[in-house]
Design a protein around this ligand. Structure first.
Ligand SMILES: *Cc1c(COP(=O)(O)O)cnc(C)c1O
Length: 436
């Protein structure tokens, strides 16, 4: 709040504080230098999305496939009330009005450890798990811990923009490896090797992939882990979309290859359980050879001086992670698979667009646009801008996530809404078709 004009401040000692006239005259002159990294205007998903939303055609209902939040979609609610009940029980018990321990309640950490251990041969123990405020804090903690002077980190392109921002804030040099659209978005491991040097502190792998919808085979995951081993670096496995796979794809956690190199897994309730607003995530360290002890010490040091997720949400974790919610998860995957199929089969028939592979998981697909076949469109931002202006349909221009002339389309919506979106994309592209 702005200070009131000086004449309204009782000049005296009525509240026990003496304020002299000369001090009052200086009010409003406070100047501080902010961290320069934070003062620069950066491209962000939210910034670009807000700009695009302002342009929506008021005559048409907005369909947003630009950001990934499926939490409010009614089609995913089946069986979800049991998550809310678990939180409601914790709240009404009053037993979790207290602070939680720095790394999370032991029983909640154990529940995450048991959940993750179901799929890996390397057991993850309670002491290997740290509870965080969503996946976002998990990645910030990891990057803070790895930010030694001169450090560089290997990131996917296209990727998830907050990694890049976190690198800038913590002074880590981001080096990008390219996911290959023609190869199921797999990594070119020769390129990975060529990027790394003695200052490389890790490689981030997002599997299942946001934004590509790819799911890596166990063979490719092993190749990645072997490459990391050869480079003497850990893998940071962002598995926010773990188990969100369909068709013949199988989700294999990277921690299954932790005998090759240490794996830091990042996860959260946000995507698979569709409660992103509950802000519960985790870091799990899988390090069977215990070569990575100092990293755990650093994480603990940091978590002792920051704050974790709300106690009442932590209290609900064992109930939410239990394997008694088959109906919920099955329904989610059925809806997602059908939406992904609708999107893919419609897009491949649009001449100006190209999608190199069917999504196998997560809630996103990358689509390449061909500006030569679209009048008045020179790039992905033009495409997104004109599309929302004419059709009130929001998609994310790829430049925001490192891939120009592509767009990211979110398919975590009911199939009929996606059909409607595809109708709009199709008529848009038709209208823009060059005449000869
Ligand atoms: C959503 C997301 C996160 C962040 O998780 P929150 O729990 O929403 O903070 C991290 N990584 C990827 C790939 C994501 O899609």
């Amino acid at each position: 709040m702005a200070p009131p004009p000086s004449s309204e401040i009782p000049n005296g000692e009525s509240n026990g504080v003496h304020v002299s006239n000369s001090e009052l005259a200086r009010v409003g002159n406070c100047r501080v230098e902010c961290n320069p990294v934070l003062s620069q205007q950066k491209i962000s998903i939210r910034g670009v999305v807000d700009e695009l939303l302002k342009l929506a055609n008021p005559e048409k209902g907005l369909v947003s496939l630009g950001v990934g939040d499926a939490a409010s979609s009614r089609c995913f609610q089946k069986g979800k009330e049991r998550f809310s009940e678990a939180v409601a029980d914790a709240v009404s018990s009053s037993a979790f009005d207290c602070y939680a321990p720095s790394y999370g309640f032991p029983f909640a950490r154990r529940a995450v450890a048991e959940y993750l251990s179901r799929d890996t041969k390397h057991g993850i123990r309670e002491g290997d798990v740290y509870l965080t405020v969503g996946g976002t804090q998990a990645l910030h903690v990891c990057l803070t811990v790895l930010a030694s002077p001169g450090a560089n980190l290997l990131l996917p392109r296209p990727g998830f923009a907050p990694y890049e921002t976190a690198c800038e804030i913590y002074g880590i040099e981001a080096r990008y490896y390219h996911l290959q659209p023609h190869w199921g978005w797999e990594l070119n491991l020769d390129q990975v090797r060529s990027l790394a040097d003695a200052n490389t502190v890790g490689i981030v792998i997002i599997n299942p992939s946001n934004p590509c919808g790819a799911v890596f085979s166990p063979f490719h995951l092993q190749q990645i882990a072997e490459t990391a081993r050869d480079l003497n670096i850990p893998v940071i496995a962002d598995e926010l979309y773990g188990h969100m796979v369909f068709g013949d794809s199988k989700f294999v956690p990277l921690a299954s290859f932790a005998h090759l190199t240490p794996v830091i897994t990042i996860g959260a309730l946000s995507k698979r359980w569709m409660v992103p607003g509950w802000r519960l995530g985790w870091i799990a360290i899988c390090d069977p050879h215990e070569t990575f002890k100092q990293v755990k010490v650093a994480i603990e040091m940091l978590m002792n001086v920051t704050s974790g997720p709300a106690s009442v949400i932590q209290a609900a974790v064992p109930g939410i992670l239990s394997n008694s919610h088959e109906e919920f998860h099955k329904n989610v995957l059925t809806v997602l698979e059908s939406s992904a199929e609708t999107l893919y089969t419609r897009i491949v028939h649009i001449e100006a667009l190209k999608c190199h592979s069917r999504p196998q998981g997560s809630m996103f697909m990358m689509v390449e646009i061909n500006p030569a076949l679209l009048l008045g469109i020179e790039n992905d931002m033009d495409f997104a801008r004109e599309l929302i202006k004419e059709e009130s349909l929001l998609v994310l221009p790829g430049f925001v996530i490192g891939l120009k002339n592509w767009v990211r389309i979110f398919f975590g919506v009911p199939s009929d809404l996606l059909s409607e979106a595809c109708d709009r994309i199709e008529s848009f592209c038709k209208r823009r078709r060059p005449t000869n």
